[in-house]
Design a protein around this ligand. Sequence first.
Ligand code: NOJ
Length: 543
Amino acid sequence: MPLHEAVSGSEWWRSGVIYQVYPRSFADSNADGMGDLVGITSKLEHLDDLGVDAIWLSPFYPSPQKDAGYDVSNYMDVDPVFGSLADFDRMLEKAHELGLRVMIDLVPNHTSDQHPWFQEALSSEPESAERSFYHFRDGRGETGEIPPNNWLSLFGGPAWTRAEDGQWFLHLFDSSQPDLNWENRLVREAFEDILRFWLDRGVDGFRVDQPHAMGKQAGLPDHPYVETAGAGFIEGEPDPPMWFQDSVHEIFRSWRKILESYAGECAMCGEAYVLPLTKMAKWVRPDEFHQTFNFRFLDSPWEKDSLVDAINESFRAFDEVRAPSTWVLNNHDTIRHVSRFGGNYGRATASDGIGPNNPQPDNKLGLAKAKAATLFMLGLPGAAYLYQGEELGLPEHTTIEPKHRQDPTFFRTNGVRVGRDGARVPLPWVKGGSTNGFTEAQDAWLPQPNSYAGLSRDQQQHDLSTLAMYTQALKIRSELRLGEGSFDWISNTDLLTYQNGSTLVIHNFGTSSVELPAGEVLLSSAPLKGAKLPANASCWISI
Ligand code: NOJ
């Protein structure tokens, strides 16, 4: 029996390829230097040509943009910088005409501090109904000058900020992102309305931001091992009081019911950072999330043993609950895989970024490894996520000047952690000008590095480009139904090989070219040398 058996004829989200659109950096239609919904609509054909099944749109809601839109001040509208609800509807309509599904980002752990709920909370009394939308507490110490507990913000510094009247409010992220109190029934009801608002407009599902943070342990006790875990957690240690509390599961069950009351296989993917994956599997039981991002895979360095462990752990955990594993190598919080694999930057999602003062990546080597990693990933059964620009082989922008930086991580750590801006740089469409076709404005909201000109989409309309490899891979993946296929290891040597149906997927972890097994080569991440696969390359072989 293979490690993972094929699942056929099942729902689209079990095997689909979902492309993350980061609206501010995708395409600008109105020459203000910031991407927008009309820009996305105008380029959807390119995504159809690429061959993805769905797009996931990062937040486009009204927001002060303190955390690039993950600080929402109105969940039922569009920020004017991105357009209007009518623009959204048109974008959705066009996507559906092309056969692309659309998932949108839901940000339930926190709002913006400009959200009317928070503004009302601030102007209300301690212990009031308005304050109970959030976590307000008195401080410790004689005058309440010490935060209520020892929790830290993921973006640096304490997780508490003091309001004018002396009470403190909790924010696991920036101080402009107060955490909602999910014990409050009114919060739950409000989000059910938000889900229905967008489902009524026709969206195909949600990517849910930080669902593992929504529940907080009653009484908000100190985090017992904050010294070693910082704002996060350490795998294997007891559950910390702010992450993956059991109380959240009934919320997801209620959301799943809402999604299932709509036609069309609507799906939700949790950005659940829960490890080990055996624990994460509980989040994708049949009545909870349809899938969650696989951070074990994303976090894995491009090293054989770690990769093998991540894949084994994924199939074992998710098959147990009959959920698909997802596979992902990039997103807007992670150093782009070209640069990540072109250097040694440790954990991918640490959101520390790479700055001008860090050792610089070897992006040539990184591109070879990144293309190979993608080919290795796209052969795996399950759902796969791509992040805009990876199909062009874009590297991280590692030399952004401080004056351009936007990520709150940069500001909350006084630049010690440069943050995630380097992965969020506007896309190059057509070589030339200061932004390679991203905007007609003189400048985009973030500058591109020089290398983006040659990587523009119009420069990649030939068979040997990274774009061509991605397009071919998605075409073959779909024709051979690899997403629904089976999985078994064939060899765990330098030539790491697995089999999916009648396809062998091979990566050469060695240092020299290796003879390939017999079969028809369907696709390769680098030109073969005779019948040999070069080091740092992957290929697909039909047997
Ligand atoms: C995860 C999002 O992907 C990230 O960009 C954001 O900063 C945090 N959640 C907080 O919303």
